[in-house]
Design a protein around this ligand. Structure first.
Ligand SMILES: Nc1ncnc2c1ncn2[C@@H]1O[C@H](COP(=O)(O)OP(=O)(O)O)[C@@H](O)[C@H]1O
Ligand SMILES: [Mg+2]
Length: 400
């Protein structure tokens, strides 16, 4: 199957083959006397990830192309395939390499001992091998047990709370940050430059959305982006808190009562807001995509109660500003992932929840539009939170 279309700069099959070769070579170098078999890719728009069997043992391999998302590489953000390959050869040798920094993040979190993370099986040739986290991803747990969403999200926030504390912050200098996943950074990279208009206009062109719907989505996103860029100027540029960085329900595994975290992107921030925003926001997207309306609403209620409980633990004077920042970051992250999925070229398999997001793009864009309008208005604090969650609850029941 050929997957290069007019709108695709790099061929998806070439990218997949080169990723598999890099992973196979790294595994054979690390474990020369063992039998290595590569499994199919785990759907990811970010890195090339697949399961690998080494003798009887299963590990998970991750390979990043220039620290960019696979969507960006396929769309030509790194130039032609020849150029990408040449740049990648240098990138794999450099201290910038994302997978090396992720291995350092994992080692650091293990040393800190506050947050259980998956084991590292090896790092070599640009490839990170981790051992499967025990249990089930929280994303699947929430879908199956939506009534317990509030309790699960609270337990995740309590676990990362120790990282957010002064004890976490004192270690900030020890860790190589992974800023590639910073919500605000990604948002500004996508929408603050000259290429933003062209990027927005091309959204969804390979998504299968009807043209009228696609144009509606673009307009809604464009309006929300304008508001969010203005709201972003109010976000503090302090960098005194350590955050997990990519805290979404797909990155937390639950085994009994034990939580194990994967895929950290540790970075400094002006408070825990990016972690809170991503965890709540991605849970809400799961609610919107849930096939049962009541289950979707239960997830929305659970996320609202976890957020209310979390904010109740903060000094009263700072709550309103904190909540507003969480909501701005939540919308930015939602726009980031929505537009990434809508830009996904043919030949890159999406995870089921990402494919669901494309199908529901109009609902999500409508929600982002309405909530961004609330955020530029004068309502604040818990009243704002209530107004926002009414919108989400309405959206969770509207698409079927
Ligand atoms: N150690 C692990 N244990 C269990 N699942 C994993 C592990 N590493 C990766 N995965 C699975 O592969 C997906 C993509 O891997 P991830 O590390 O999140 O890469 P990316 O940087 O592309 O987001 C994860 O969401 C998860 O489903
Ligand atoms: Mg991930």
């Amino acid at each position: 199957m050929t997957t290069t279309s007019d709108s695709t700069s790099v061929n998806a099959v070439l990218l997949r083959t080169a990723s598999e070769q890099a992973i196979a070579r790294a595994a054979e170098d690390l474990w020369p006397d063992r039998h290595v078999v590569l499994g199919p890719p785990c759907p990811s728009v970010t890195s090339y990830v697949c399961r690998v069997t080494v003798d009887q043992e299963e590990v998970i391999a991750k390979y990043s192309w220039l620290g960019l998302s696979l969507v960006s590489i396929l769309r030509g953000a790194g130039g032609s395939w020849d150029k990408v390959q040449a740049a990648q050869a240098a990138y794999v040798q450099s201290t910038e390499l994302l997978t090396t920094r992720e291995a350092q993040n994992l080692a650091f979190l293990r040393k800190l001992g506050r947050l259980r993370v998956c084991d590292t099986a090896g790092v070599h040739g640009g490839v990170l091998f981790t051992r499967p986290a025990p249990g089930v991803a929280l994303a699947d747990v929430l879908a199956a047990r939506p009534g317990e969403t509030g309790a699960f999200l609270t337990s995740v926030l309590v676990a990362v709370g120790e990282l957010h504390s002064t004890a976490g912050a004192t270690c900030l200098r020890e860790v190589a940050p992974i800023r590639e996943r910073a919500i605000e950074g990604v948002f500004r990279r996508k929408f603050n430059g000259l290429s933003a208009t062209a990027y927005l206009r091309a959204l969804g062109r390979d998504s299968g959305l009807p043209e009228a719907k696609r144009l509606e989505v673009i307009e809604l996103v464009q309006t929300a982006v304008g508001r969010l860029l203005r709201l972003a100027d109010a976000i503090s540029s302090r960098r005194d808190t350590m955050v997990f960085g990519d805290l979404k329900p797909e990155h937390v595994f639950l085994d009994g009562h034990r939580l194990t975290f994967i895929d950290p992107a540790v970075q400094s921030s002006a408070g825990p807001q990016p972690d809170v925003a991503k965890l709540a926001g991605r849970s809400l997207l799961l609610a919107l995509g849930h096939p049962q309306r009541d289950a979707g609403r239960q997830i929305v209620h659970g996320a609202a109660s976890a957020l209310t409980r979390h904010v109740a633990g903060l000094p009263a004077s700072g709550r309103a500003a904190y909540l507003r920042e969480v909501m701005v970051l939540w919308l930015m992250d939602t726009v980031n992932i929505l537009t990434t999925c809508l830009s996904s070229p043919p030949g890159l398999p999406l995870a089921p929840h990402q494919a669901a997001l494309v199908v529901q793009a109009r609902t999500v864009a409508g929600l982002v539009g309405r909530v961004s309008a609330l955020l530029v208005g004068s309502t604040a604090g818990l009243r704002l939170l209530d107004a926002v969650f009414s919108e989400v609850e309405h959206a969770a029941g509207s698409y079927r």
